[in-house]
Design a binder for this molecule. Structure first.
Ligand code: XMP
Length: 516
């Protein structure tokens, strides 16, 4: 729940696949917003009312038996309201139940917006601007006191406005990029109509968050597990700024990290970011426990549990720790808040799942309101070096799921060398930032090769590089042939034990990014 943003917009979620996009678009205007289920009780927000409310779209028809119903108490806030698609229909339906009807034809795709009223919502927007429609129902009889402020060729009611109050509705989706002036329409709503100043920036976030952390933590102490990734690093740096040495960070070498990663990252944490960090080399413990295990899920479980064991041991005598800091992001939070009801449980981070209950620690999650790119901006503002901010994601189980099948030290060492050549080459050729994630995989097969006059029988390395926005879907990166040739040559020449390199050209779905 929000606590400390002066100006904010409440987005009530009626289940649309685009609800997160509404939030993205408002944040781009530097306006803070939160998504809550459509049936969240109004009293949750009474201590800190929003400056405006957006009703999202949704997959239902207002006539469906289990259709989500608009809670009219929200109008008591007396703030502007914008209903989008289902949001608009539920506004009309609440006044006149027969105002919405099933359209003869479902309408999907582009339409031209013909504007009757350019005064506020459509200020500065030209007639004929493209909008994106996606609906089955539409409004037939617009109930008064609503008035039509825009139409399209197929939809006589494309946008409406209440005659006396700042209540609006649009049939199209201003939040999707296909709606040409969608960002401007949302900007008009939040800045002109709701009068938000748009002062929510990384710097202001840091300032308010530092204050909030100080208040939450008091004189207590906080521990934070670092992974070498952006999220946990930003969290630790932010908390350190707030409470200094009341924070202790722990960075574990699980023996499954990239080449030189443990030393390099530990050094960055200490020397550049000045974080109070305790490095723990637990690689033998992890690798011994993984011996003989080949099932990927079993490997993950062992790695997760061993992490908890190591973490637990590291602070077993440090009883003054009351908080555990985690890099939970907003998409994780939204994902776990079902729009069907507010009985949400928040996903625990895979690395430390189980630890908070076991050790009686309260969670502190300072970036749980942010999207990934916003976390990066906060990191930049905190002075975290750019090459750290732009690092590719790296999974918690690390190379444990990149040596396919059974893991041993020798295979890990081969993979580390091959992976290092691939990643360094991407950096040397300025290709690193063009791909979302890159990795090498050691396959559990050996094949015949010839080197000099000798027949060889050695391992195969698969290279994988993908482009993606969020890792949910991905395409294989179209890296230049010359580059791939060079990397392949180097790996086969320099990594003894590998005689074949292949490049993975599968997209996700149906493949995944990792091989295990
Ligand atoms: P997949 O392989 O599911 O990966 O397409 C999507 C993203 O998630 C990462 N990944 C993991 N991260 N623990 C993690 O912390 C895991 O067990 C795990 N498995 C996959 C993967 O690297 C990619 O960025």
């Amino acid at each position: 729940m929000h606590t400390h943003h002066d100006e904010w917009i409440l987005i009530l979620d009626f289940g649309s696949q685009y609800t997160q996009l509404i939030a993205r678009r408002l944040r781009e205007q530097n306006v803070y917003c939160e998504i809550h289920p459509y049936n969240a009780p109004k009293k949750d927000f009474e201590n800190h009312p929003p400056k405006g409310i957006i009703l999202s779209g949704g997959p239902k028809s207002v006539y469906d038996e289990d259709a989500p119903v608009l809670n009219l108490n929200y109008f008591d806030f007396n703030v502007p309201v914008l209903g989008i698609c289902y949001g608009l229909q539920s506004l009309a339906h609440s006044i006149s139940p027969d105002s919405v009807e099933k359209a003869d034809k479902r309408e999907f795709g582009r339409a031209e917006l013909l504007i009757n009223d350019h005064s506020d919502l459509f200020k500065g927007i030209d007639d004929g601007s493209t909008v994106w429609m996606s609906h089955g129902d539409h409004i037939r009889n617009l109930p008064s006191p609503y008035e039509i402020i825009a139409h399209t060729q197929n939809a006589p009611v494309a946008a409406v406005k209440h005659a006396e109050k700042p209540i609006y509705g649009v049939q199209f989706h201003p939040e999707v990029v296909h709606t040409e002036d969608g960002a401007k329409i949302l900007e008009n709503f939040v800045k002109e109509i709701c009068a938000c100043s748009g002062d929510w920036t990384a710097a202001s976030f840091i300032e308010t968050e530092i204050e909030a952390i100080r208040k939450q933590v008091g004189d207590n102490k906080v521990i934070c597990g670092l992974s070498g990734g952006v999220d946990s690093t930003v969290v630790a740096t932010l908390i350190h700024k707030a409470i200094g040495d009341q924070l202790l960070c722990i960075f574990v070498d699980n023996g499954l990290l990239r080449k030189d990663e443990y030393q390099k990252v530990l050094q960055t944490y200490k020397e550049h970011l000045h974080l109070p960090v305790k490095g723990i080399d637990a690689s033998d413990l992890f690798l011994d426990k993984l011996e003989g295990i080949s099932d990927p899920e079993e490997k993950r479980k062992i790695i997760g549990n061993t992490f908890i064991e190591v973490f637990d041991k590291a602070i077993e005598n440090e009883t003054e720790y009351k908080f555990l800091a985690q890099g939970t992001l907003y998409p994780d939070v939204i994902e776990s808040v079902s729009f069907k009801g507010p009985s949400a449980t928040i996903k625990s981070h895979h690395n430390v799942g189980g630890l908070p209950e076991k050790m009686n620690l309260d969670l502190i999650e300072p970036v749980r309101e942010l999207f990934k790119d916003e976390v990066r901006n906060v990191g930049r503002e905190l002075g975290i070096p750019e090459n750290f901010i732009g690092r590719h994601p790296f999974p918690g189980p690390g190379m444990g799921i990149r040596v396919l099948g059974e893991i041993n030290r020798e295979k890990l060492s081969l993979l580390r060398e091959a992976d290092d050549i691939f990643i360094q080459s991407l950096r040397d050729h300025d290709l690193y930032d063009d791909v979302w994630q890159a990795l090498a995989v050691l396959l559990p097969v050996q094949s015949v090769g010839v080197m000099g006059d000798e027949r060889t029988y050695e391992y195969t390395v698969a290279l994988r590089a993908v482009t993606s926005v969020d890792g949910m879907t991905a395409d294989w990166a179209h890296l230049p042939y010359e580059f791939l040739a060079e990397v392949s040559n180097r790996i086969i020449n320099e990594v003894r034990g590998v005689n074949r390199v292949v490049y993975d050209i599968s997209s996700k779905p149906p493949a995944t990014i990792e091989w295990e």
